[in-house]
Design a protein. Structure first.
Length: 119
């Protein structure tokens, strides 16, 4: 009986530590909100692309934050809501975002905590 309890306690500890690694790290990112479809296929960004990017986002194309180094951060829908919703008001604009950065399988994501226009 004691062995079972000890084994179960070790199992719970292992599960807790296994999930801890996926929590990500707190970050602040400054970049431009882009629609991933047009950015990836024809490098479209900026105010001239605003109407197209807004149409793409409305039709479900994921928005992302493009930092100064060319790295794309996709918003993570940790709350199971549309991740584009937070970014739509900032399409083609520079933003400063705080949140939790996560990486898996070559994808860089951010669970957004705050977002505001960047200077």
């Amino acid at each position: 009986m004691n062995f079972r309890f000890t084994g179960f306690a070790w199992f719970l500890a292992a599960v807790a530590f296994a999930h801890e690694g996926h929590a990500g790290k707190p970050v602040t990112i400054t970049g431009t909100v882009v629609d991933t479809g047009c950015y990836v296929t024809h490098d479209s960004t900026g105010p001239k692309h605003l109407d197209c990017a807004a149409a793409c986002a409305k039709n479900g194309v994921p928005l992302a934050i493009l930092d100064a180094k060319g790295k794309l951060y996709l918003p993570i829908a940790a709350d199971h809501k549309n991740p584009n919703a937070q970014l739509i008001p900032f399409i083609a604009k520079r933003v400063k975002v705080t949140g939790t950065a996560m990486e898996k399988g070559g994808l860089d994501g951010i669970a957004i905590k705050t977002i505001q226009a960047a200077d």
